[in-house]
Design a protein around this ligand. Sequence first.
Ligand SMILES: [Zn+2]
Length: 388
Amino acid sequence: MLSMATVLTAELLLSPEKLLREPMLVLEDGVIDSIRTRESDAIPSSAEHLDFPGCTLIPALFDIHMHGAMGHDVMEATPEALTAIGHFLASHGVGAFLPTTMSVPLDATLHSLEGLAKFIDKKVHGARPLGIHLEGPFLSHAKRGAHPSNWLLPPSVKVFDRLWQAAQGHIRILTLAPELPSAEELTAHASALGVRVSIGHSDSGSVAARKAIAAGARSATHTFNAMRALDHRNPGILGVVLTSDELYAEIICDGVHVDPAIVDLFWKAKGPDRAILVTDAMSATGMPDGTYRLGELPVVVENGRCLYEGVLAGSVLTLDRAVRNFREFTGAEWSKVIALASRNPARMTGLDQKIGSLEEGRWADIVVLSPEGQIVATLLSGRIAYRA
Ligand SMILES: [Zn+2]
C-alpha cells in the first residue's frame, strides 16, 4: 500500500546541531524522509502540506524522569492512565518519556512493571513510553525524599533480576545510591544489561560516587535534590556529579526544587553536552491544586509546590516550561537549551538513532513552536498528535 507523504514547512528548523531557514521536511512512514529548504525545492504536489508560517520546528522533547500527570500515576500502568498522560505530554511538546516508579512494596512494583512493559514500544496515542526509569527501591534512607522508608531495599542483583524480568527487560534507567553495600556490584550488573545507572537519592562521599562511575554509572538523578549537600571541604557526591565529564546529570528546573542561581552554576559545570532537563512530574501535573497520589503517598499541591509531610514530593513541572525556565535562568541559546530536553536524554539512554534530533531517518517526532516559544503543534510519527 502506498502511504501519502506529508510535507512540513515553517520559518526555522532548530535541531541541536543544525539551524535551517525556510525548512521543508518530507515525512513518510513515520520517519523524516528528507530535510531540504523551500527555496531549493518545489513542494511535491502529491503530498499533504502542513505549513506553519513564522514558527520554528524542533525535535519533540524526551522526559526521562516523570511519575504521572492528569490525576494518573504511571504505576497504575493501565491503558487509561498511559493514554491520559501521553496526550497531556504531547500537548507540552513531549514525544517520548520514561515512566518512573516510586518505592512501593516489592509486589506492587513487580505488578506495575508487568503492566508498563506491555506499553513499551507499542503504538499509543500521544507521547510514547520508551522504557522504564526505576527510581528505587535501592535508595539511601538518609536521602529518601518522598520514598517511604519501609519500601527501600539494599542493592541486590537478585531483587533487580526479578524487577528486570517483570519489566521484560524494559528498564532503561536505574537510580541507586552508590554508597550502599553491593551498589557497585549492581551497577556493573545492570550496566552490562544496557541499563543506564543514575546515581542519586544519596548521602555518598566522593569515593563511592567515583566507584559507581568506574562500574558503569552514566548519569545523576535530579542533581542537588535528595543528594548530600556540597561542602567545600568535603565535596561528596555533588562534587563528583558537577565535575565528572563522563556523567550526565538531570535537573528539575521549576525554580522551586533548585534556586535559579544554582541552575546557572549547574549549567556552567555540566555544559551543553551533559545537562539533562527532567520534570519529576507527579499525577497533579495539569490539574488544579489539591491532594494527589505519588506512588502510595497523598501529596498536597499548592501554588506549584508538591509536599508530603513538609518534604518536596515530585513536581507539577512540564518539560516545555523547564526549557523556558532554563533559558531564563541561564541565558543560554535556544538551540543549546532544547538539546538538554531532546538530544542529551536520547544520547544518555542510547535512543539517539531514533529520537532527540531532526535528521533524515529519525522518527518524525517534531514540535512546532511559536516565536514566543509556546507549543503550536506536536507531530508524532509524522502525524499531528496535538494542535493548540
Ligand atoms: Zn526522586
